[in-house]
Ligand binder design. Structure first.
Ligand SMILES: *Cc1c(COP(=O)(O)O)cnc(C)c1O
Length: 394
């Protein structure tokens, strides 16, 4: 097989051809600055607002509650830092989890250095937040709860509706990092009582460098980028018009194909999971068995180094990940795998495969056959495995 089998869709996705096509005229033809008064440019403002409408409709939000940003990381930073500042008089305590993306975790650390207190909740062995522990962590000075909609490494979908209800019961703001969930699973900000939600274009077949933050009307949150009056004076900077068109088009495409795509991906994901678990011994699935993203499979192979596995898979034309892209290059196992209680040596042998709707059964078969060979080869070179097998024989 000389075609690349791309199974790293949680890291980024291919920009859909119809998305690129929708964007192109906004580079070369309709390149005017949306703030300009002449009609040549001002039409772009309407086009931007159409994208806001498309996104708002998917979430059950109002179009003027959608603020375009430069991606998921910016949206997460904005949600945390600006709320912390705006609500500092009420209190300086924030609750989040140990399995968040670094855009949340490192922002939490930044705030801790500036006088805020942050509680990082544990999760259970499947990666679910424990609701009783969440409620017990709430204090009189708590201002915000931030829990991701779905985890980027192990795919676990959190009990967002229940968390939203707890936040409301205690009069707290609720932010969710929905970068992995938006476009993959249905989200209703009212049903889940979400006040702020982050999403990113390149995780749903849109372009990179564009995303949005949903901010519920009435939430006191300040501007993050100061300058012009764009985005209702809350996020300055000339709009990334092609990016916004691309994001809106990708969102609409994701909404239209969601059901069918999820069905196909779940079928392929479950086929992959059952073959790997049945045919490769000493292997475990990470993340919740049912409450997981349609396209996510995450395994731990005992007696294996994830990095070696990735290199061998690459030689076979298969793109996977051993954690999140940001953590590779570091020797520490992923913070998410640590949080679900995996011992170091097992966490090190982990592999995340995230599918797209184009994957075929033949490709999965090829991946499984390659995995069987590679895992067996690597184990045969492992002294740990040798010891283990000797003990088994006794
Ligand atoms: C990718 C990702 C981000 C960061 O989004 P960017 O657009 O790449 O900045 C944040 N949170 C989660 C859960 C992600 O998967």
């Amino acid at each position: 097989m000389n075609k690349v089998i791309y199974l790293d869709n949680a890291a980024t996705t291919k920009t859909a051809p119809e998305v690129v096509e929708a964007m192109l005229p906004y580079f070369t033809e309709y390149y005017g600055n949306p703030s300009s008064v002449y009609s040549f440019a001002s039409g772009n403002k309407e086009k931007i607002n159409e994208q806001r409408e498309r996104i708002a409709e998917m979430l059950g939000a109002a179009p003027n509650e959608i603020y375009f940003t430069a991606g998921g990381s910016e949206s997460d930073n904005w949600a945390l830092k600006a709320t912390a500042e705006a609500y500092a008089e009420k209190g300086k305590h924030i609750i989040t989890t140990k399995i968040e993306h670094h855009a949340i975790l490192h922002t939490g650390e930044y705030l801790q250095k500036r006088g805020y207190e942050v509680t990082y909740l544990d999760v259970d062995e499947n990666g679910l937040v424990k609701l009783d522990e969440l409620e017990a962590a709430i204090r009189p000075d708590t201002i915000l709860i931030s829990v991701m909609f779905a985890n980027n490494e192990i795919g676990t979908i959190e009990p967002i509706k229940e968390i939203g209800a707890i936040a409301k019961k205690h009069g707290l703001l609720f932010h969710t990092d929905a970068v992995q969930a938006f476009g993959q699973v249905p989200i209703d900000v009212n049903e889940c009582q979400i006040d702020m939600l982050s999403a990113s274009g390149h995780k749903l077949n849109g372009p990179k460098g564009i995303g949005f933050l949903y901010i519920r009307k009435g939430v006191k949150i300040r501007s993050f980028i100061h300058g012009g009056a764009q985005e209702r004076k809350r996020r300055a900077g000339t709009e990334n018009v092609p990016g916004i068109i691309g994001l809106g088009t990708a969102a609409a495409r994701a909404a239209a194909t969601m059901e069918e795509r999820a069905k196909k991906e779940i079928e392929m994901r479950d086929y992959l999971i059952s073959r790997v678990l049945d045919e490769i011994p000493y292997t475990k699935l990470n993340g919740h068995p049912e409450k997981r993203l349609p396209n996510n499979a995450n395994f731990s192979f005992r007696f294996i180094e994830g990095e070696s596995l990735l290199i061998r898979l690459d030689m076979a034309g298969i793109c996977g990940s051993s954690g999140s892209a940001c953590t590779s290059g570091s020797l520490d196992p992923s913070h998410v795998l640590m949080a679900i209680g995996l011992p170091h040596e097992i966490a090190h042998g982990s592999l995340r495969l995230t599918l797209n709707e184009e994957i075929t059964r033949e490709e999965i078969d090829y991946v499984v056959e390659q995995l069987k060979t590679i895992v067996s080869d690597l184990r045969n070179m492992s002294p740990l495995y040798e010891d283990f097998m000797k003990k088994q024989e006794k």
